[in-house]
Design a protein around this ligand. Structure first.
Ligand SMILES: Nc1ncnc2c1ncn2[C@@H]1O[C@H](COP(=O)(O)OP(=O)(O)OP(=O)(O)O)[C@@H](O)[C@H]1O
Ligand SMILES: [Mg+2]
Length: 306
């Protein structure tokens, strides 16, 4: 476990689905197994990750990085969990959309440096803005959290579509052909392109170089789906549904990595400044987080039969 390094990003589009809880719980589970984990609260719209770790305030935060130019490594603080560190989010509501291109690139560069020493788990804010999506697609493992609710599922499709689009754009940019993607998407109605799958088919057939690059990006695009706050097995099947819709409409193969059920003690722990995974390690929810963590490490999936 000590060798586990890299960047895992946890996003999902909709607010309040449990991204921060899941990031903190996976981080705690991995630290307890001996990994050196650094949680980064990149929710620039409202930092809450520290609350799930029983921490009120830290001396340093991302404000020191974005407003005062301090390097990320100086902002690391310890947590009550051995092996688990934290970079607390921005003090105020900065908003991911207010980060400029240079700041975003600097942030990603600093994260990459930290990922040589830690398994960095990034808690992304809600939404699908460029900065959130670019942080997601730069990660070694991309995780997306949904709850069994139509709005969360719809937001997830927008989130995934934006992520796939940005990944394709980055891939085509490397061969100097990004403009083909932009032009094809802008003029899709004229080209008779229907939906995202149509866009991919059109690009794939454009020429060998573009086709090969697009196929490569699609094949390597691995999103790990996490269903949170499921109240029964039936609700957990939403993960299967999202997976098949993604294959049908985007041509991508998502991994359904696990589900975590609803447990009111998660909120109670926040109020009591306790860490759920430490206070209730034998609860069903904690065991589901452990299984989810196993699956993220091994690539295994769950398949729920209702
Ligand atoms: N499995 C769960 N069961 C019960 N409550 C949960 C569960 N997961 C998260 N919660 C609660 O739901 C609320 C939202 O969780 P959290 O802050 O992790 O969501 P988020 O997606 O990070 O939200 P935001 O978009 O605002 O950052 C919190 O009050 C948290 O305690
Ligand atoms: Mg959050």
């Amino acid at each position: 476990m000590e060798d586990l390094k890299g960047i895992w990003a946890v996003g999902g589009g909709k607010g309040g689905v449990g991204k921060s809880f899941i990031a903190s719980a996976i981080g705690t589970a991995l630290a307890r197994r001996g990994a050196r984990v650094l949680l980064v609260d990149a929710d620039l719209g409202g930092a809450t990750l520290h609350h799930f770790l029983g921490i009120k305030k830290t001396a340093a935060s991302l404000s020191d990085f974005f407003d005062r130019g301090r390097p990320l490594f100086e902002l690391i603080t310890g947590t009550p969990v051995p092996g688990l560190s934290l970079i607390r989010g921005h003090n105020a509501t900065l908003g991911a959309e207010n980060i400029n291109y240079a700041q975003k690139n600097k942030f990603l560069r600093h994260l990459a440096k930290l990922a040589r020493e830690y398994l960095v788990i990034v808690d992304l804010g809600a939404g699908s803005s460029h900065n959130i999506i670019d942080t997601l697609i730069s990660a070694d493992l991309m995780a997306a959290v949904i709850v069994p609710e139509i709005i969360a599922v719809e937001n997830m499709y927008t989130f995934l579509k934006n992520a796939l689009f940005r990944r394709l754009a980055a891939g085509l940019n490397q061969i100097g052909r990004q403009h083909v993607l932009i032009d094809t998407w802008k003029n899709r109605h004229g080209y008779g392109i229907k939906g995202f799958k149509g866009l991919i088919a059109s690009l794939s057939g454009r020429d060998d170089e573009i086709g090969a690059r697009v196929r490569e990006e699609i094949e390597n695009f691995r999103i790990h789906l996490i269903v949170n706050q499921a109240r029964n097995r039936q609700e957990a099947t939403v993960g299967n549904a999202v997976k098949s819709v993604c294959r049908k409409y985007f041509g991508i193969d998502c991994r359904y990595s696990g589900y975590v059920e609803h447990d009111e003690f998660i909120g109670r722990c926040v109020n009591r400044r306790e860490i759920y995974m430490e206070s209730y390690p034998a609860s069903r929810c904690a065991r589901e987080v452990e299984r989810l963590t196993d699956n993220l490490l091994t690539g295994r999936q769950v398949s729920i039969i209702s």
